[in-house]
Design a protein around this ligand. Structure first.
Ligand SMILES: *[C@@H]1O[C@H](CO)[C@@H](O)[C@H](O)[C@H]1NC(C)=O
Ligand SMILES: *[C@@H]1O[C@H](CO)[C@@H](O)[C@H](O)[C@H]1NC(C)=O
Ligand SMILES: *[C@@H]1O[C@H](CO)[C@@H](O)[C@H](O)[C@H]1NC(C)=O
Length: 306
């Protein structure tokens, strides 16, 4: 883990300092050690947490949005507002269901590291069962945000049992609780309000009557789970992501055709500009056979992908 690496550097720094005589100089030994430690932290190329050492640790954590509303099986709502922690090597991980996941460095240092690993976003559903809680939009990690997937597992007490980082800045947590031990405790259908259950019944009927395809069935259920608040729409999910270009969202086929017409017009305009200036270009994909290709230019690669 990046943060852990910083911690190791800091410890190395402290060890090096520890071997020097400390008495001379204007600063007390501990303070100089801390100053050295701070330098190492600043070298780490990310903005994990806010490195203002003069603020108390808790107020250094700046969530970038509010958590989503509490949703899912009602018997889990009692976990909201509670927090469960796990100390692993030099870090304390804290999971607050329906709120956040944070990481706190366990150290005597005055500027110990703290960071947000995710804010409650949406459920992961699989086979119409609640599988995990996705906590997203945590502290920055290069061009992305840290995020955590918290799997729910049956256990004899509420307990954050396991934390790992399967890919960079994506954390996997396992939360054990007796609340998910009943084989039906995580089924989606019983958690839905009656109106949405009726809608689901209708979707199943329409599939049986072959009024919709399997793909249509998937889509209608996804929309139903979004309406229930279990899943977020793609727009809601993108709203706080940095960097990524937003793909256009089309409500209707007309919207899509309209956009296609506009883009085709723009392509014709750009082509005529190229022609006017005698700049060779590659024809778009529909004429992809080699004899139709223009002379090789640096734009070939992109044009072929169109
Ligand atoms: C995380 O959630 C807990 C419990 O709801 C809350 O008290 C705390 O302020 C939250 N921390 C952050 C950084 O949002
Ligand atoms: C999906 O859930 C049903 C019951 O809820 C179960 O019978 C079935 O084996 C599950 N399928 C998979 C692929 O997990
Ligand atoms: C989609 O089309 C409808 C009318 O067909 C229009 O009112 C709406 O603004 C369009 N939406 C977008 C995103 O272009």
């Amino acid at each position: 883990m990046a943060a852990r690496r910083a911690g190791v550097l800091v410890l190395l720094g402290l060890a090096a300092l520890g071997s020097c005589p400390c008495a001379p100089g204007p600063l007390p030994c501990a303070l100089r050690a801390a100053a050295a430690a701070k330098m190492k932290v600043v070298e780490e190329p990310n903005s994990f947490g806010l490195n203002n050492p003069f603020l108390p640790q808790t107020s250094r954590l700046q969530p970038r949005r509010e958590p989503s509303p509490v949703s899912g099986p009602a018997h889990l709502f009692r976990l909201s507002g509670k927090c469960f922690s796990l100390v692993e090597s030099t870090y304390k991980y804290e999971f607050c269901p329906f709120h956040n996941v944070t990481q706190h460095e366990q150290t005597f240092r005055w500027n110990a590291y703290s960071g947000i690993l995710g804010i409650w976003h949406e459920w992961e559903l699989s086979n119409y069962t609640f599988k995990a809680m996705w906590m997203r939009d945590g502290d920055s990690c290069r061009t992305r945000s840290r995020q955590s997937k918290v799997e729910l597992a049956c256990g004899s007490s509420h307990r954050l049992a396991h934390v790992s980082e399967p890919s960079t800045c994506v954390y996997a947590l396992t939360f054990e609780t007796p609340l998910v031990c009943h084989p039906h405790s995580l089924l989606v259908y019983p958690a839905l309000p009656p109106a949405l259950q009726q809608r689901w019944d209708q979707v199943e009927q329409d599939l049986a009557d072959e009024l919709i395809t399997a793909q249509g069935h998937e889509k209608l259920l996804r929309a139903l789970f979004e309406d229930a608040g279990y899943l977020k729409t793609p727009e809601e999910s993108e709203s706080v992501q940095e960097g990524g270009a937003k793909a256009p969202v089309f409500q209707t086929l007309e919207n899509c055709s309209e956009a296609h017409k506009e883009l085709s017009k723009e392509i014709r305009r750009l082509r005529s500009v190229l022609t006017q200036h005698g700049i060779p270009y590659t024809k778009p994909a529909e004429t992809s056979s080699p004899e139709h290709m223009g002379p090789k230019t640096p734009t070939d690669g992109t044009a072929e992908q169109l």
